[in-house]
Design a protein around this ligand. Structure first.
Ligand SMILES: [Fe+2]
Ligand SMILES: [Fe+2]
Length: 247
């Protein structure tokens, strides 16, 4: 299993591992993002069983013991399965997540107490990098769901939003909404809810210039437009579900 490393924007590295056995023949990627700074942050830990390969990939960029923050979108194995393995190798590291995630899962599941982030709270990583945490409950899934926005580069670490199949390029300026709609049709991975379109449209207000997808290529361009188009599609799905219910 090979992990490819690419710098998707200044000081943010994408670590991508392709697993051909998931949703064949296209396959599926699992991506982590290392945000450099005086206090580096890893967004997504990788699956617990992938820890040796992701650890070795991080080691090509920084000594892993330098990690200060471990963050992710929600409590699930691919997002945070290896968090305690990272805490063990990085003595200064701490998991940081929203209030719901800490209350529901992380206060119990992390080997060291997590840092609780309020909606909109920031962490200064030093070296000009600063991330803002935003609650996105049940979007795309998980009561505890949230995203991070790195403000100096305008990079939205958007987790499972825009999930797509295949092993595309590290960075694209092409369409990411069409492939996300196709993956939603295939997996039905989102918790369709009436607030979903509004929640995603709210992220568009950040005007991100880069979208860092957990499963798919990173996107460079008008991130706000891509988010609004995705929001429209979820509104369509939600109203279609309402019509079926009313019929
Ligand atoms: Fe997920
Ligand atoms: Fe995921």
């Amino acid at each position: 299993m090979e992990t490819k490393i690419s710098e998707i924007t200044d000081g943010i590295f994408r670590l991508s591992t392709f697993v051909p056995g998931i949703a064949p023949p296209a396959g599926f990627t699992f991506n982590q993002f290392l945000v450099l700074g005086h206090r580096p942050l890893l967004f997504h830990t990788g699956l617990r069983k992938m820890f040796p390969v992701i650890h070795s990939a991080v080691s090509r960029l920084i000594p892993p013991e330098r990690l200060r923050w471990i963050a992710f979108g929600h409590f699930e194995a691919d997002e945070c399965g290896a968090m305690n393995e990272w805490l063990a190798v990085a003595p200064q590291a701490q998991v940081a997540h929203g209030r719901t995630g800490c209350t529901v899962s992380l206060n119990d599941m992390t080997d060291r107490a997590p840092r609780v982030l309020g909606d909109g709270e920031t962490i200064d990583l030093g070296g000009g990098k600063r991330v803002r945490y935003l609650d996105t409950p049940h979007t795309p899934h998980g009561w505890d769901a949230g995203v991070l926005h790195e403000e100096s580069t305008g990079t939205l670490l958007c987790g499972d939003l825009f999930t797509q199949l295949g092993d595309g390029p590290a960075l694209t300026e092409g369409d990411i909404v069409g492939p996300a709609i196709a993956a939603e049709d295939l997996f039905s991975y989102s918790s369709l809810n009436p607030s979903m379109g509004t929640t995603i449209r709210g992220l568009a207000g950040l005007l991100p210039r880069t979208l860092a997808l957990m499963h798919g290529p990173s996107f460079s361009g008008d991130g706000g437009a891509a988010l609004r188009t995705l929001a429209d599609d979820y509104d369509r799905r939600t109203s279609a579900a309402d019509k079926i219910k009313a019929a």
